[in-house]
Design a protein around this ligand. Structure first.
Ligand SMILES: [Zn+2]
Length: 66
């Protein structure tokens, strides 16, 4: 049972800490942008959202050492 690549990604909103989950990076970027606009009225470009998603994912991967 090998897990699929990039499934079940999760980040937390830096403003309110709400966990945002998605199946892949594109979806996560989209959900994150929607959340930022709907909850915080902050317009975020796709590039900015993707950078934040990647930085967060890398950080959480590094902290998950055995
Ligand atoms: Zn939020």
């Amino acid at each position: 049972m090998e897990p699929k690549r990039n499934t079940r990604l999760r980040i937390e909103c830096p403003l309110c800490g709400l966990p945002i989950r998605a199946e892949d990076e594109d979806q996560l970027v989209q959900y994150f942008r929607e959340h930022m606009w709907e909850q915080h009225r902050r317009a975020m470009s796709e590039d900015t959202a993707r950078e934040m998603v990647r930085a967060t994912l890398q950080a959480s991967a590094e902290s998950r050492q055995p």
